[in-house]
Design a protein around this ligand. Sequence first.
Ligand SMILES: CC(C)(COP(=O)(O)OP(=O)(O)OC[C@H]1O[C@@H](n2cnc3c(N)ncnc32)[C@H](O)[C@@H]1OP(=O)(O)O)[C@@H](O)C(=O)NCCC(=O)NCCS
Length: 168
Amino acid sequence: MPELQRLQTSHAAAVLAFESANRAYFAASISDRGDDFFAQFTDRYDALLAEQAAGVCACYLLVAEDGSVLGRFNLVNIEDNTAELGYRVAQHVAGRGVATATVRELCRLAAARHGLRTLRAAAAHQNVASQKVLTKAGFVPVGPADPAHIGGKQGTWFQRDLVRSVSR
Ligand SMILES: CC(C)(COP(=O)(O)OP(=O)(O)OC[C@H]1O[C@@H](n2cnc3c(N)ncnc32)[C@H](O)[C@@H]1OP(=O)(O)O)[C@@H](O)C(=O)NCCC(=O)NCCS
């Protein structure tokens, strides 16, 4: 059974393998990480762990029984009980409801473990899969997203109030 685990140092190799194997798949719908991300992976990874330790973000991995990473689900820019949600799921498990189920689980964790009251996520208009994930997990559209925020594309901010809908 895959398990949602908090990002830690020991996951580094599995995260790099996940990002490398799915790079082209992700780049078809969201901004590519860029060559520097892969060339400087260890430094970037350590910086992310430092941010997490400082409470600026909370990063989770969906880890398969063999230790491989099936998806990444991050709460970033945590401030005033609000965070921005980001996620990506491996191509080889796409379309099986992995993102929808895990976003729902992360909403519960965001409230119970991190004390968050509101989650926000920006999705490009053409990213139909991501919009479906968000709406099925109880998010509602709240307005246009700045294209600079989603790789120069037009899109929408979605939001979920965790306090009123925590049992969803
Ligand atoms: C978006 C993403 C996380 C979805 O992951 P997933 O595990 O395949 O999603 P789910 O299986 O939970 O599917 C959610 C819905 O999207 C639909 N869907 C999946 N891929 C789709 C596609 N390419 N086009 C249209 N709909 C699609 C599914 O059919 C499902 O809808 P349904 O329940 O009505 O059938 C994954 O495609 C991904 O990692 N994409 C690249 C990164 C990204 O876009 N992140 C989000 C940034 S806002």
